[in-house]
Structure formats: structure tokens, C-alpha cells
Design a protein around this ligand. Structure first.
Ligand SMILES: [Zn+2]
Length: 150
């Protein structure tokens, strides 16, 4: 277990998505590595941020479901006559509910990271070439985003 792997899997570690063995080896590494421990704290803070965003999203979706509910009732009424619209409504529902939740989480991470990085001026530094000072940070960022792509 090394720092690169720990940081790559950290989002899953926080979400509790890892196997017990993986989780244990990451936890052991973090306990013995101040650098990764710091990462974990930052990642947890971001995790709280994006869970807030997630709550907002669910609220939004609940509002969006409202007209759907009315449409469902209408559909059931009309179903007595034709049943044609019922199938259309079901198809719409399935498509929306099967949208992977993780993509929203990744979007949240990316958004939070971008915000943080902009605050730290990392993007600005990247534009001028990676110096030794921010090289470590940039590598870490690449690992984060690289991990999401898989
Ligand atoms: Zn480490």
C-alpha cells in the first residue's frame, strides 16, 4: 500500500465502498502516514460539502417528481381507455431512476475540487508550468481525477 493508491481510493474509503481488507490496509497506511491523514481530513470536509449538494439535488428531484405524480394519475385514468401513455410514462421513469448516483458524486467532487483549487491558485500555477513547490499538489490532483475516470 502506498500513498498514490491510498489517495486514489480515498473517496471510496470515505463512502465505505471498499472491501474490508482494502479498507483495513488503507486505514493502517493513513494511521502511519501524516500526509495521507491530512488528505483524509480534507476529503472528509469535501465529502460533507457534496453530501449537502446531494441533499439539494434530491430536494430538486422531489419537486420535479411532482408534475410527474399528476401525470401518473392522469395516465391511470387514461389507461382505462388506451393504456398507450402508461408505457411512455414508465419508460421516462425508468430512464431517470437508473441514472447512476455516483456520477453526481463525481460531479460534486470535481466541482468542490475546482473551487478549492481556484482558491489556492493551483490552476493559475498549472498554466505557467508546474514548479517544484506545487508539483506534489498537481500530481495529487491528477491522481484524484485519474481515479474518477475509471
Ligand atoms: Zn501516505
Amino acid at each position: 500500500m502506498n500513498c498514490a493508491i491510498v489517495k486514489e481510493w480515498m473517496p471510496h474509503y470515505i463512502d465505505g465502498l471498499l472491501s474490508p481488507e482494502m479498507e483495513l490496509s488503507i486505514r493502517l497506511h493513513i494511521e502511519s502516514c501524516p500526509d495521507c491523514a491530512e488528505w483524509l481530513e480534507e476529503a472528509k470536509a469535501m465529502s460533507e460539502l457534496w453530501s449537502e449538494m446531494d441533499a439539494d439535488r434530491e430536494q430538486l428531484q422531489a419537486q420535479m417528481d411532482f408534475p410527474d405524480l399528476a401525470a401518473d394519475v392522469m395516465t391511470h385514468i387514461e389507461q382505462l381507455e388506451t393504456g398507450r401513455r402508461s408505457r411512455a410514462t414508465k419508460a421516462t421513469n425508468v430512464r431517470r431512476r437508473s441514472a447512476p448516483k455516483t456520477s453526481w458524486i463525481h460531479y460534486g467532487v470535481a466541482a468542490c475540487l475546482s473551487l478549492l483549487l481556484l482558491q489556492f491558485g493551483v490552476f493559475e500555477n498549472l498554466a505557467y508550468g508546474i514548479t517544484e513547490i506545487n508539483g506534489h499538489m498537481s500530481n495529487s490532483v491528477t491522481q484524484w481525477f485519474g481515479g474518477f475516470g475509471r
